[in-house]
Design a protein around this ligand. Structure first.
Ligand code: FE2
Length: 293
């Protein structure tokens, strides 16, 4: 489809290329003092295909590369209804300049998880399906744990944590409801997607429907036990193309470090409002959303 030039028309057609960039500085008592701060970018629910304007995906990759993060984390749903766009997925993700780790989502399993995983690997992405890897940045080691999709029942938590290692851990799980499990295993941070932030959360109707479907975590930050959980709005769509605020397409930047690391020291476990007030990274203090065309 030709890209509409009028932003209002593009929004009405569900073809908007606007990406919200959300930045957070997160401090966790589960990260040892002196551990280097990690700067990560979180991208999810790409849903490459007809429902997601390719220019939006292109803009998301540009936005992530502009952050120059230590690592990019992706939390599933790369396709929608078809595998025919996988070469486009590989092309776009192959432009990411930072080491990238990914777990899978329900749409990937519905349409062909092995093919999706191969497309990710061809783009240089490390696919974490119920396994973890050690990742080093600036001399400090982290463990990135990828739990496979729980919507389709492919998660295997014991296997995901079967590698030995006591590094502070980031957990990638398409479905945020596994955060309580991650919390019991000492996670420093959980990243999730799946809900698209409600996608068109007008008047709370979508949120009520999602809660009835069993979703407790729909958009933004939650605290589960002592673990901060971020539910990213994602950038694509699978069922209908429209997105409205506050669930417009998003790339998140998170600076994660120990309590007391330079910058604003915000300990987790203090409630959602506290998390929303964390200082932005790398934008000016208080930045929550920075819209770019
Ligand atoms: Fe999705």
């Amino acid at each position: 489809m030709k890209r509409p030039t009028d932003p209002a028309l593009a929004r009405a057609l569900g073809r908007s290329t606007v990406i919200s960039r959300h930045f957070y500085r997160v401090r966790s008592a589960r990260i040892p003092a002196g551990h280097r701060v990690l700067r990560l970018a979180h991208l999810t629910d790409v849903h490459v295909g007809r429902m997601t304007p390719e220019a939006r995906l292109e803009g998301a990759i540009d936005a992530i590369n502009a952050l120059a993060p230590d690592v990019v984390c992706m939390t599933g749903d790369y396709v929608a209804h078809s595998l025919q766009y996988l070469p486009r997925l590989t092309h776009h993700l192959g432009r990411l300049t930072a080491p990238t780790f990914a777990t899978l989502g329900n749409h990937d399993h519905w349409h062909g998880a092995p093919a999706v995983a191969r497309a990710l690997e061809h783009a240089g992405v490390t696919v974490l399906v119920n396994r973890s890897v050690r990742f080093e940045a600036g001399g400090s080691a982290w463990r990135i744990v990828g739990i496979d999709d729980a919507v389709t029942g492919h998660h295997d938590v014991d296997r995901a944590w079967s590698e030995p290692g006591d590094e502070p851990s980031l957990v990638l799980s398409h479905l945020a409801e596994l955060a309580s499990v991650a919390d019991r295993r000492g996670a420093a941070l959980v990243l999730s997607g799946h809900t698209h932030g409600g996608q068109i959360p007008n008047g709370g109707v979508v949120e009520r429907v999602m809660r009835r479907m069993g979703h407790r975590y729909i958009l933004g930050w939650y605290t589960v036990g002592e673990t901060p959980v971020y539910v990213n709005r994602g950038i694509g769509a699978a069922v209908f193309p429209w997105r409205t605020q506050p669930a417009s397409a998003e790339v998140a930047g998170i600076e994660l470090g120990p309590v007391g690391a330079p910058g604003a020291a915000v300990a987790f476990g203090e409630g959602v409002e506290e998390l929303r007030s964390v200082v932005a990274w790398p934008g000016p203090p208080g930045t929550f959303s920075d819209e770019i065309a």
